[in-house]
Design a protein around this ligand. Structure first.
Ligand SMILES: Cc1cc2nc3c(=O)[nH]c(=O)nc-3n(C[C@H](O)[C@H](O)[C@H](O)COP(=O)(O)OP(=O)(O)OC[C@H]3O[C@@H](n4cnc5c(N)ncnc54)[C@H](O)[C@@H]3O)c2cc1C
Length: 387
C-alpha cells in the first residue's frame, strides 16, 4: 500500500517553514514590490533568522553543512516557500545549486561550503543573447592560455548576477564537440578583471530580484577554475536540474496556487452580489473546483516524481511533465484568482496581480513549455509512457 503520511520530524520542519513564511517573509512582500528591492535591514534580519532556524541549503548533503533533505521532503518544504514571493525567497536563501557538489579540492572551501552557509551568493550563467533554449549553441568561449583560461562572451537574464560573489559560467572550448565534451563550467569571482556586470534587466515580475547582463572580455581565470572535469559542463547541468525544476518550480507552484485558492475561497464566501455569496454561482464554483483539482493533480505529480528521484530512478520525462504542467496550472489558477475578485483582483491591494505577473516566467525559464513538450513527446515516442 502506498503510504502518503508525513513523518513527524518532517511535519515539525514544515510547521517551522510555514510560520517563518507567514510571520517573517509575507509581511515584506508589499514593500519589496513598491521599492523594487528587499529593504536591506529586513533582508539581513530574515536571512539570519533563516540560518538560525536551520533553513539554509536544505537540499545539500549534511557533510557540506546542508539539511540533507530527500527530494520528497525538499518538495514539501518548497511548497511552503511557494506561499510567498519567489523573489523574496531567492533573495533570502540565494541559489544553492546541487552541481556545486562537483567542486573539488580548494574549490570546496572557496565556493561550496560558504555558499551552503549562506555567506556567498552564486549565480549560474548559461543563457546568451544568441543561445537560450539551444544552450549547446553558446558562443562564450574559453581558451586555454598557459595556466589560465581566457573567457570571452556575453550572458544575459542571469538571476542574482547583480549581487553574486561568483558566477558559474558555461563556455565552449571545443566547438566541434560542444555538448559532447566541448563545454565546461568555470567559476569566476566578482571583480576578476575582464568580467563586468553591464546592466540589470528590468522584468515584468520578480520585483526585488535582479537579472543581469554579464560581459567577459579577455577575462583570465586560473586553469583550476573548472567545475568538475573539463568537458563535463553540459552533463553536470543536465544531471542536477531535475531536483531544481521539481522543487523550485513544481512544488512552489503548488504552494503559490494554494495561496491563491485560499484567497478565492474566502472571497467567494464573503463577497455578496445579487443578494448571495458569489460562491453560490456555478461559474464561480467552476473556477474554484478546477483550481483545486489541478492543484491536487500537480501535488501528486510533484511528490510521485520526487519519490522516484529519491529512489535513483531516471525520471527526466516525468520531471518535464511536472515542470510543464505545474507552470501552466499556476498561470490558470492565478488568472482565475483575479477573475473571482473582479476589479479588486486587478488592484495592487492584493498579492494576486503580482502572483499573476511573477508566475508567467515559470513557463519560460528552466526550459520553456515548448521544449519540455518536445522532450516529453520524444520520450513517449521512444519508450512509451512510464507513470
Ligand atoms: C526571469 C528570468 C530569469 C532567468 N535566469 C537565468 C539564469 O539565472 N541563468 C541562465 O543561464 N538563464 C536564465 N534565464 C534564461 C532562460 O533560461 C531562457 O530565457 C530560456 O531558456 C529561454 O531562452 P530564450 O529566452 O533565449 O528563448 P528562445 O530559446 O529564443 O525561445 C523563444 C521561443 O521559441 C520557442 N522555441 C525555441 N526552440 C524551440 C523548439 N526546438 N521547438 C519549439 N519551440 C521552440 C521557445 O519555446 C520560445 O517560445 C532567465 C530568464 C528569465 C526570463
Amino acid at each position: 500500500m502506498l503510504d502518503y503520511s508525513i513523518p513527524s520530524e518532517t511535519q515539525m520542519l514544515l510547521d517551522t517553514v510555514r510560520r517563518f513564511v507567514a510571520q517573517e517573509v509575507q509581511p515584506l512582500e508589499a514593500e519589496t514590490e513598491t521599492l523594487g528591492h528587499v529593504p536591506p535591514e529586513a533582508l539581513q534580519r530574515v536571512r539570519k533568522q533563516a540560518q538560525d532556524l536551520g533553513l539554509f541549503a536544505m537540499n545539500m548533503p549534511e557533510d557540506t553543512g546542508g539539511g540533507g533533505l530527500s527530494h520528497v521532503d525538499m518538495c514539501l518544504v518548497d511548497e511552503e516557500l511557494g506561499k510567498t514571493s519567489d523573489a523574496l525567497i531567492r533573495r533570502i536563501f540565494g541559489q544553492v545549486y546541487p552541481m556545486l557538489l562537483a567542486c573539488k579540492g580548494a574549490q570546496r572551501e572557496k565556493y561550496l561550503l560558504p555558499t551552503v552557509r549562506g555567506e556567498k551568493i552564486c549565480a549560474m550563467a548559461i543563457t546568451e543573447p544568441g543561445a537560450g533554449s539551444d544552450a549547446a549553441a553558446i558562443s562564450t568561449t574559453a581558451t586555454l592560455d598557459g595556466d589560465h583560461w581566457v573567457l570571452n562572451g556575453r550572458k544575459h537574464f542571469i538571476s542574482d548576477g547583480d549581487i553574486a560573489d561568483y558566477v558559474i559560467v558555461m563556455a565552449v572550448h571545443d566547438k566541434e564537440k560542444r555538448a559532447r565534451g566541448g563545454i565546461s563550467l568555470f567559476l569566476v569571482d566578482k571583480g576578476t578583471p575582464g568580467f563586468e556586470v553591464t546592466s540589470v534587466q528590468p522584468m515584468m515580475g520578480h520585483r526585488g530580484y535582479g537579472h543581469a547582463e554579464l560581459v567577459f572580455e579577455s577575462c583570465r581565470i586560473p586553469a583550476d577554475s573548472v567545475m568538475g572535469e573539463v568537458g563535463e559542463g553540459f552533463k553536470l547541468i543536465m544531471s542536477s536540474v531535475s531536483g531544481i525544476r521539481l522543487a523550485h518550480i513544481g512544488a512552489r507552484a503548488v504552494g503559490m496556487g494554494q495561496r491563491v485558492l485560499e484567497l478565492m475561497r474566502h472571497h467567494a464566501n464573503d463577497r455578496k452580489q445579487f443578494g448571495q455569496p458569489i460562491g453560490d454561482f456555478q461559474m464561480v464554483q467552476q473556477m474554484i473546483a478546477d483550481s483545486a483539482t489541478e492543484l491536487f493533480a500537480t501535488r501528486m505529480m510533484v511528490l510521485n516524481t520526487a519519490w522516484e528521484l529519491d529512489q535513483g530512478i531516471d525520471c527526466r520525462d516525468k520531471v518535464s511533465m511536472v515542470k510543464l504542467y505545474a507552470s501552466e496550472m499556476l498561470g490558470r489558477v492565478a488568472d482565475r484568482g483575479i477573475q473571482v475578485f473582479g476589479g479588486m483582483g486587478f488592484t495592487k491591494e492584493l498579492p494576486l496581480e503580482r502572483i499573476y505577473r511573477d508566475c508567467r516566467v515559470t513557463r519560460i525559464y528552466d526550459g520553456t513549455s515548448e521544449i519540455h513538450r518536445m522532450l516529453i513527446a520524444r520520450s513517449v515516442m521512444k519508450r512509451g509512457l512510464h507513470i
